[in-house]
Write a protein that binds this ligand. Structure first.
Ligand SMILES: [Zn+2]
Length: 403
C-alpha cells in the first residue's frame, strides 16, 4: 500500500515482530535460522484495520435492524443488560478471532463492558478500546463522568504495548451537552483519544435542531430536557462542546452539509466511514467524496454484527469505492494505510514497510476478472479467501488445510 504491487514479493519479519525487509524475493535476505514460508500464487497485504466495531456484541446478531433506529438502539440496550461480564469476555474473544480470520489485525472498538480491551491484552492483539459513557440528562453529568474515570482506571492495566485505551461519549442522542464538555476536557488532560457516533441518523439531527423526532419523543417520555440551545447540526453541536480535535474519531458522519465538513476539516478529526451499516439502518449515504476532498483522514469501519451481520471490511471497501468513484488502490488504502493515519498509527501499521509491525494477511489471488490488478483481485475477495493472518509476525489465523 506504499507503492505499486510487487510480483514474486517477499517479506522478512524480525524476532521482535517488526518488518525488517520487503521487496522482490531475490532482494530480501533469507537468514538461515529463520523459518520461511511460501504462499505460492496468493496476495500478501498489510493487515486490515477496522476503525469501528463493537466486538462485545458478538453473538447478539439476529436479522436486519429495521427502519426505527430509536427502537433498535433501545433493543440493543435491553440485549446488553441481559449479558454478564463472562459472556461479554467470551463474545469479545470470539469477535477478535473472527477479525483475524478475516485478515483484520487492528481494531478500534467501542463498548462499555471492558471486555474487548481485556481480550486484546490476553490474546496479544492490536487495537484501541474506547470505553463508552452515557448520560442524556444534564443532571447525570458528574455521576457519568465519575463512572467513566473509574472504568478507565480499572481497565488501564490491560493497556500497554499494542493495546490502547480511549473514551467514547456515545452519541448526541445518549449524552448531554454538559457531559460532552466535561468528558472532552478530561480526555484532553489525560491525553486519551475520543470516538463518537456522529451525524448518523436524521432522528439525531432532528433532536438537536428542533427538539423533534423519535429521539426527542423518547427523551420527553423519560423526563429529559431538550438540548439547549436548539438549532445546531450534530457536527456543530460537538464543535460547540469542545469535542472535535485531531484526537477525535468521528463515526458515520452521514448527515453532514458543506459547513459541517469544513468544521470537521478545521478540527482535523478522523472519520470512520461505515457504508454498509449506514445503508442497513436506512440512514442514507455519507458524503464520502466531499469528506475526502476536504482532506479529512477517512477510514473504514464495519460497525457491529447487529447492524451488518458478518463483518467484512473488503465489502465495505467495495461499497466506498462505488459511492465515491474511487480507484481500487484508494479503496483498499481506506482500510490499511489511511486507516492507520486515522488512528495516528501510521508509523506502526498500515503498510508493509521496514520498521512497521509485521501485521499482514495472505489472501487467495484467484478472484476478480481475468488480468485484473492485484488490488482488483483483493477487492473481489472476501473473508472466506483469507489463508493466513499474522500480528507482529505471530500467526494468529490459518485456514484449515483441505481434506
Ligand atoms: Zn457503532
Amino acid at each position: 500500500m506504499s507503492g505499486p504491487a510487487l510480483e514474486c514479493g517477499a517479506l522478512l519479519i524480525g524476532a521482535e515482530g517488526r518488518i525488517v525487509a520487503v521487496g522482490p524475493e531475490v532482494a530480501v535476505p533469507r537468514p538461515p535460522d529463520v523459518p520461511a514460508e511460501d504462499f505460492g500464487d496468493a496476495l500478501l497485504l498489510p493487515g486490515l484495520i477496522n476503525t469501528h466495531t463493537h466486538l462485545e456484541l458478538t453473538g447478539l446478531e439476529g436479522g436486519p435492524p429495521g427502519p426505527d433506529f430509536a427502537a433498535w438502539i433501545s433493543r440493543v440496550r435491553t440485549d446488553k443488560a441481559a449479558r454478564g461480564p463472562e459472556a461479554f469476555l467470551a463474545a469479545a474473544r470470539r469477535g477478535l478471532a473472527g477479525c483475524w480470520a478475516a485478515g483484520v489485525t487492528t481494531v478500534a472498538d467501542t463498548g462499555d463492558s471492558g471486555a474487548v480491551i481485556e481480550a486484546l491484552a490476553e490474546c496479544g492483539g492490536s487495537g484501541i478500546a474506547y470505553q463508552e459513557v452515557f448520560g442524556p440528562h444534564p443532571d447525570q453529568r458528574d455521576e457519568s463522568l465519575a463512572g467513566l474515570r473509574q472504568a478507565v482506571a480499572r481497565l488501564a492495566r490491560f493497556a500497554g504495548g499494542r493495546v490502547r485505551i480511549g473514551v467514547s461519549p456515545h452519541a448526541p442522542y445518549t449524552v448531554s451537552g454538559p457531559l460532552y464538555s466535561a468528558t472532552a476536557a478530561w480526555a484532553r488532560d489525560a491525553g486519551l483519544p475520543i470516538a463518537v457516533h456522529l451525524a448518523e441518523s436524521p432522528a439525531e439531527s432532528a433532536l438537536l435542531y428542533g427538539g423533534t423526532g423519535s429521539f426527542a419523543e423518547a427523551w420527553r417520555g423519560r423526563g429529559i430536557p431538550m438540548p439547549t440551545p436548539l438549532g445546531h447540526t450534530p457536527v456543530g453541536w460537538l464543535a460547540a462542546h469542545g469535542v472535535l480535535s485531531d484526537r477525535t474519531l468521528c463515526i458515520h458522519v452521514v448527515q453532514a452539509a458543506r459547513a459541517d465538513i469544513r468544521l470537521l476539516a478545521r478540527a482535523n478529526v478522523a472519520v470512520a466511514h461505515c457504508p454498509l451499516s449506514n445503508r442497513a439502518h436506512g440512514h442514507g449515504d455519507a458524503p464520502l467524496a466531499e469528506l475526502l476532498a476536504a482532506g479529512l483522514r477517512v477510514s473504514l469501519g464495519t460497525d457491529s454484527i447487529l447492524s451488518v451481520g458478518a463483518l467484512d471490511l473488503l465489502a465495505e471497501a467495495r461499497a466506498a469505492r462505488a459511492l465515491a468513484g474511487l480507484d481500487p488502490a484508494h479503496a483498499l488504502a481506506l482500510c490499511t494505510r489511511d486507516a492507520a493515519r486515522a488512528l495516528g498509527l501510521e508509523s506502526e501499521i498500515g503498510t508493509l514497510a521496514p520498521g512497521s509491525w509485521g501485521d499482514c494477511f495472505v489472501i487467495r489471488g484467484g478472484a476478480g476478472p481475468p488480468h485484473a490488478s492485484a488490488e482488483e483481485r483483493v477487492l473481489a475477495s472476501g473473508p472466506g479467501d483469507v489463508l493466513a493472518t499474522f500480528v507482529g509476525g505471530r500467526d494468529v489465523y490459518r485456514t484449515s488445510p483441505p481434506v
